[in-house]
Design a protein around this ligand. Structure first.
Ligand code: NAP
Length: 367
């Protein structure tokens, strides 16, 4: 990673990826960071930043290399005053838009307001900084599932499908947001787009700060709340360890020739449903049984009433057990050549590490 100090502006730094990005930037570069954080009723933006940095033992950087600004990506100008914008315009080299509503069961209104509306507001400010300041790059965190997890398709990095088949409003809103980023890119804004698949715990330890996105889904099965799963044993699901996403994105975002390109941050060899069941049988034999039914034979009406309710909640997740969406990762492969960072291994042992961490953290019940 380059050592030449730059000034970065970042949104989404209280989230799973954002926190780790800040940690890496503080420990591996000399960059100065401006971070947008929402104030919450029980904690100011400043308190929230301090808590995160204290967890990493990095609080000495507050007010020195880390400057915290109260804001909200759904507000005009991100909630910043003209004075705030003047300061940022003069200083910011790179703008990282990471914030999003990542709830796969989020409402249409909330997903579009935060994910599309937030990206539009971020793009408006970034374009201003590029035209009237000295912004060099807009880094945008999209998702591999902009292509829609409900279709048979090989998703290419430098394009969006014309007819995506989305499983939920999260995917649909991120698709529309990426469209806006691509429009801005065509108009000249220097952009780098990252598309992680489903981000899970660390490749070595399984550690993750939030059990979000796919974890609630795993918990429903692990705890026997739903007994039948409409999928196929050879279906795979694309998960990617968080350390790979952080290391790869930061390495690529520091390369000159990654501007105007998109990068899939995925596993090339995703685990299968059969592997998940093998893990359950070998490591957690006392867990309630799960019956895998072909989606063609699965009749939600045959479930018990309580299970029907749970199944309704699970619907937005089902696309992620669909084997049919694959990802070309040519740009990522080329960009990582020579960096020492390789595509992650997501085999049986990795699944075991992830579940062991979730059990140890009290998220999944022990046997
Ligand atoms: N995690 C994944 O599996 C995954 C996979 C592919 C792509 N991505 C993308 O990667 C990015 C980061 O994901 P993540 O997993 O780190 O998300 P996360 O843990 O859910 O965190 C979301 C972040 O966005 C912030 N945010 C949400 N609404 C906001 C608003 N109105 N104004 C300001 N900030 C707001 C949150 O702030 P608060 O703390 O204030 O709520 C938090 O910092 C997202 O763009 C996501 O779409 C994630």
């Amino acid at each position: 990673m380059t050592n030449k100090p730059r000034t970065l502006f970042l949104t989404g730094v209280t989230g799973t990826l954002g926190k780790e990005i800040v940690r890496n930037l503080l420990t591996q570069t000399q960059h100065k960071l401006y971070v947008l954080i929402r104030s919450k009723p029980n904690a100011s933006h400043w308190d929230r930043a301090r808590k995160i940095l204290e967890n990493y033992g990095l609080e000495k950087h507050l007010g020195d290399r880390v400057h915290v600004m109260a804001g909200d990506v759904t507000l005009p100008n991100l909630g910043f005053s003209a004075g705030d914008l003047d300061l940022l315009r003069k200083e910011v080299d790179d703008f990282y838009h990471i914030a999003a509503l990542t709830a796969l069961n989020g409402s249409k209104e909330d997903c579009f307001r935060i994910n599309l509306g937030g990206a539009q507001e971020a793009l408006k400010i970034a374009t201003d900084f590029w035209q009237h300041g000295h912004l060099k790059r807009f880094v945008y965190f999209s998702t591999a599932f902009v292509a829609g997890s409900l279709q048979t398709y090989c998703s290419k990095e430098d394009e969006l499908p014309l007819r995506p088949v989305h499983a939920n409003f999260y995917e649909a809103s991120k698709y529309e947001a990426e469209k806006k980023v691509r429009e801005a890119m065509r108009q000249g804004l220097p952009c780098t787009i990252f598309r992680p698949s489903i981000v899970v715990g660390d490749s070595q330890t399984g550690e993750v700060s939030e059990f979000n996105v796919i974890y609630p889904f795993i918990r429903l099965f692990a705890h026997g709340i739903l007994s039948k799963l409409p999928t196929r044993l050879d279906n795979s699901f694309n998960i990617v360890p968080i350390d790979f996403v952080i290391q790869a994105s930061l390495a690529i975002a520091h390369q000159e020739d990654s501007i105007q390109k998109t990068f899939h941050l995925i596993t090339k060899d995703p685990p299968t449903v059969a592997m998940l069941l093998e893990l359950k049988a070998k490591e957690y034999p006392k867990m309630p049984p799960i019956q895998v039914l072909s989606p063609d034979d699965f009749k939600p009406g045959s479930l018990a009433v309580t299970e029907q309710f749970v199944f309704g909640m699970l619907k937005p997740y089902l696309g992620y057990l669909n084997d049919h969406l694959t990802f070309d990762a040519t740009n990522t492969e080329k960009a990582l050549a020579g960096t020492g960072i390789s595509f992650p291994k997501t085999d049986y042992e990795f699944l075991k590490t992830l579940t062991q961490y979730a059990v140890g953290a009290g998220y999944l019940l022990p046997q």
